[in-house]
Every structure is written in structure tokens, then in C-alpha cells.
Ligand binder design. Structure first.
Ligand code: HEM
Length: 471
């Protein structure tokens, strides 16, 4: 039995609050930090913000507050060496040291990350505040740091969601999340995929890996019901993405097989559903390319269900990949979750699933304004959390094998994910499937997403927070 009140909130179910602020903290005084942790689970309001559990009963709080600890943070709090040694290697090493595995090279290399991510050993705790208004974020932050002793604030990051779950690049996101055995989430309905065992996301519970369980760092109170998070600051080059769509659409217009990509007249429906005015073949082809790169039209319609036009009537969550699917093997969502489709690592099909909690940062992109050329574009992107019981077997394996090496299918091996991969325009390619079974190869994809920081954290259970507070 899982005690949902023991699991931190936003893991098994999302909060769906529009504003999120991350406080990146260093232990300033070990005893004060332990007292702060104890107070954060004491149930007494007013002072230190209370950790929001996964089960909040009938009264959803106005603001939520959660924490993640890095390995250095656990050490700084004085966690016994015997417990520390039981944490998995990738967590002990930390995100910066795992750069090659994650494709954090070139512009994404940790050596280029701004403060505070350039000093990973100082990042001990990442506290996250969720709210509707900025004033609420400010208030919780003030209370979190009020004692002035426990923590040193190294930096903050802040994001705010856009209407209808749209993210930069213009896609609808947050459609798919794993559904867990024994967890009822009213926002998620049956999607035809097997429910993930709780051990996919919580330590101490069965996984779907043939009887294997991830090691629970001891004592039980520390490890059980905890999980791991890859927090990523992912900068998105929205202008570059739109420019690429322009270029690819212009190239396709001249391609002898363009009518197979976009049958004559099909542009009318595409432009109508996606509100592109005036309708044009170029405008529709941009959307066809965007849809293929992701595996979904920008309104969320999966290509697996409707490859020729976006269709507001389909169930966006319920579909699978079979031999006839017109979703490209290399599309972002097919790489991340091959569902029931055939892949090389067949046993891995449903074992790498991740809980994703993300929020955009930076202003929405409204196109390049005429006369604005001299003004640099503000930075924008995604503050992403990729949560699972094993960073190595889930987040890292997905990032390395599937997103960046394409090992799941020989037809895409040696190509990178078209949206988030470490692409180089000189070598990158992406195959656009045609109805006839042949493909058109798109080339010249640049790196649209680059990493600007991040950390691996352990999201302890409430029991674990009490345990750490009592050390
Ligand atoms: C800025 C970078 C990224 C953008 C813009 C992006 C965008 C998207 C979009 C639009 C979807 C479709 C919505 C949905 O199915 O819920 C999606 C799905 C998904 N993405 Fe990403 N993504 C990014 C980075 C990543 C990374 C780094 C990972 C993992 C390492 C990842 C893993 C996933 C997964 C697992 C899904 C769900 C696929 C499914 O279950 O069908 N994404 N992403």
C-alpha cells in the first residue's frame, strides 16, 4: 500500500498551477537547515512553508511547496556515509558530470552554464513554489528564507504557463503522462497503454522489469517513496525553429513529390484548423513539417491518428504505433515513448516512462518585429522536470539511446531527435514518411534546444524529510 500523504506532491499528479519559481539553495548552517526541514513537515503554518504532499484531500492549497536534494545536499546535511553510498552512481556524480551521456556538449556544455549551475557542488536543495500570482511566490519565498540562517540563495528560475498548455515552438504539451497502478488522476483517462507500476516512479515499489526493484537507500525512512528528478533549463531558439520551418516548406514546395506530402487543396483544412490566415500551401507545409518533427500537429493531434490534417475530434491520448503508422520513427514523441511499436530494445518499451512537469520561461514569441533587428531576443525555453525511479534507466537511457543515438530503430540510428537533439546542420537529417512508403529526407536541422543548467535531485518522501530533519 502506498501512503500518498507520504509522497511529495506534483509527482503522481500535477498541480496545474500557472506560476512556478525555483529557489536554488546552499546549506549555510547544517543545524539550521535540519531544523528548517523538520519545520517544513511539522504541520504548523505561518513560518517555514509546509511541504505539499501528494494527497491534499478536498482542499487544494493556493500555493504548493516542494523540495529536491542533490547528492551534495544530502552530504551537507550530514546524511550517514553508509546511506549515501547506496544512492545510484549517476545521482552521486551529478548532472554536470553526465554531460556526454546527456548530449550536453558544445553550446550545451556545463562549462557554458550560467550561475548558479556553474558551481554544482554548491547546489544543495532546489525548492519549488507553485502559485497563481507572483505575490504568492514572493510571500512563500520570503517565508522560506525568513530565518536567514539555514540557506544561502544562489539563484532563482521562474516560469509561467501559457493558455491551453501551449509551449514555445507552439505545440500543445502535457497531453501524455504515465498512469500509475493504484493512482486515480481525474485529469487522465484511459490511453490504451499499460498502467505503469508504482516502482516506475517511487522507490520501494515493484517495477515492470521482471521482478527487479531499484535499490532503496537505507534506512527505509530515507529511501522509500522517494524518487529522482532531472531538473533542466532548456533554452529554445524559437526564431530559429520558425525559420527552419520556413526553409523546409520552401524546399518542399519545389520537391517533385510535394503533392504526396500535401495533396492539392489539403492546405485549406490544415490552415483552417490551425487558424493560419490567409491559407497557403507554404503555410500548410510549415505545419506538416512541424507535425512530423514532433509526431503531433501543433494542436496536439497525433500523426498516428490523423496524418493528413489536424483533427480536433480525435482522442489525443489514445493511439499506438503499428506497422502502418504514418508517425515518423524519428519524431520526438515516438522516440520518447515507442508505445507498443516494434523497437530494437523490445523489453524497454514501457520501462523508461517519465513523469514530466514543465513550465515555459521567457515571453511568448510573436515573430520578429520589423525594425527590431538590433534588439537581442530575450531568452526563452522550458524549465523541465523529468521524474523517475532510476535516472540511469529512464531519463539518461531515453536521452542517450533514443533521443540522441536513435538506437531503437535502424532506420533512424545516427540521427538525433529533431526537436531536442544535439543537431548539427551539416550532418543532421530527418525522414518525412510519404503515403507511398517512400520518404523525403530533410536536412540542415540546427540545434533548436540547448541546455543552460540543471541538476539531479532526490525528491524525498515526507518521512525522509522528517528523518533528515532529525539527524
Ligand atoms: C524544450 C525541449 C522540449 C520540447 C519543446 C518538448 C516538446 C514536447 C511535446 C510538444 C510533446 C507532446 C505532448 C505530449 O505528448 O504530452 C512532448 C512529449 C514528450 N516529451 Fe518532450 N519536449 C522537450 C524535451 C524533452 C526531453 C529532454 C525529454 C526526455 C528526456 C522529453 C520527453 C518527452 C516524453 C516522454 C513525451 C511523451 C511522449 C508520449 O508519451 O507519447 N521531452 N514533448
Amino acid at each position: 500500500m502506498t501512503d500518498f500523504a507520504d509522497v511529495q506532491g506534483n509527482i503522481l499528479r500535477g498541480y496545474r498551477m500557472p506560476r512556478v519559481r525555483y529557489l536554488i539553495l546552499e546549506v549555510a548552517d547544517r543545524s539550521a537547515a535540519r531544523r528548517w526541514l523538520a519545520a517544513s513537515t511539522s504541520g504548523r503554518g505561518g513560518g517555514v512553508p509546509q511541504i505539499t504532499p501528494g494527497h491534499w484531500g478536498a482542499n487544494k492549497p493556493d500555493t504548493c511547496f516542494n523540495i529536491g536534494l542533490t547528492y551534495e545536499g544530502l552530504r551537507a546535511l550530514g546524511t550517514p556515509g553508509s546511506s549515501l553510498a547506496m544512492f545510484p552512481n549517476e545521482f552521486i556524480e551529478g548532472m554536470n558530470a553526465r554531460a556526454l551521456k546527456l548530449g550536453d556538449v558544445g553550446r550545451s556544455a556545463p562549462q557554458t552554464w550560467p550561475a548558479p549551475f556553474n558551481e554544482p557542488a554548491r547546489i544543495h536543495l532546489i525548492a519549488t513554489i507553485y502559485a497563481t500570482e507572483v505575490e504568492q511566490l514572493d510571500d512563500v519565498q520570503r517565508r522560506a528564507l525568513a530565518d536567514g540562517k539555514a540557506w544561502r540563495l544562489l539563484g532563482t528560475r521562474e516560469g509561467c504557463s501559457f493558455p491551453d498548455d501551449i509551449v514555445h515552438f507552439g505545440y500543445r504539451d502535457n497531453i501524455m503522462q504515465p498512469r500509475f497502478e493504484g493512482v486515480h488522476d481525474p485529469q487522465r483517462h484511459a490511453d490504451g497503454q499499460p498502467r505503469a507500476p508504482l516502482g516506475t516512479v517511487l522507490l520501494g515499489h515493484p517495477t515492470n522489469l521482471e521482478g527487479l526493484m531499484w535499490r532503496v537507500p537505507q534506512p527505509e525512512a530515507l529511501g522509500r517513496n522517494g524518487t529522482f528528478n532531472a531538473f533542466r533549463v532548456l533554452k529554445q531558439d524559437v526564431a530559429g525553429f520558425e525559420k527552419y520551418l520556413d526553409q523546409a516548406a520552401s524546399d518542399l514546395l519545389k520537391h517533385p513529390q510535394v503533392d504526396e506530402v500535401l495533396p492539392p487543396g489539403a492546405e485549406v483544412k490544415i490552415c483552417q484548423v490551425l487558424s493560419i490566415a490567409p491559407p497557403s500551401r507554404h503555410g500548410a507545409l510549415r505545419e506538416v513539417v512541424a507535425a512530423n518533427l514532433c509526431g503531433r500537429w501543433r494542436d496536439g493531434t497525433p500523426l498516428a491518428l490523423s496524418a493528413d490534417t489536424p483533427d480536433p475530434k480525435v482522442d489525443q491520448a489514445k493511439f499506438d504505433y503499428d506497422g502502418n503508422s504514418r508517425c515518423p520513427y524519428g519524431a520526438h514523441i515516438r522516440r520518447c515513448n515507442p508505445r507498443g511499436g516494434q523497437i530494437v530494445q523490445r523489453v524497454a518499451n514501457n520501462s523508461r516512462r517519465l513523469v514530466r512537469r514543465g513550465v515555459p520561461y521567457g515571453p511568448p514569441y510573436n515573430g520578429t518585429q520589423p525594425g527590431d533587428k538590433s534588439r537581442p531576443e530575450p531568452e526563452r525555453g522550458l524549465l523541465g522536470n523529468f521524474i523517475g525511479a532510476s535516472l540511469g534507466a529512464q531519463f539518461e537511457a531515453m536521452s542517450c539511446d533514443w533521443l540522441n543515438l536513435g538506437l531503437q530503430d535502424p532506420r533512424i540510428t545516427r540521427s538525433n531527435d529533431p526537436i531536442t537533439g544535439t543537431n548539427d546542420p551539416d550532418t543532421s537529417w530527418f525522414d518525412l514518411p510519404l503515403k507511398s512508403g517512400s520518404t523525403i529526407r530533410l536536412r540542415g536541422l540546427p540545434e533548436f534546444v540547448s541546455t543552460r543548467g540543471g541538476a539531479y535531485t532526490f525528491l524525498p518522501s515526507l518521512s525522509a524529510i522528517r528523518y533528515l530533519g532529525s539527524l
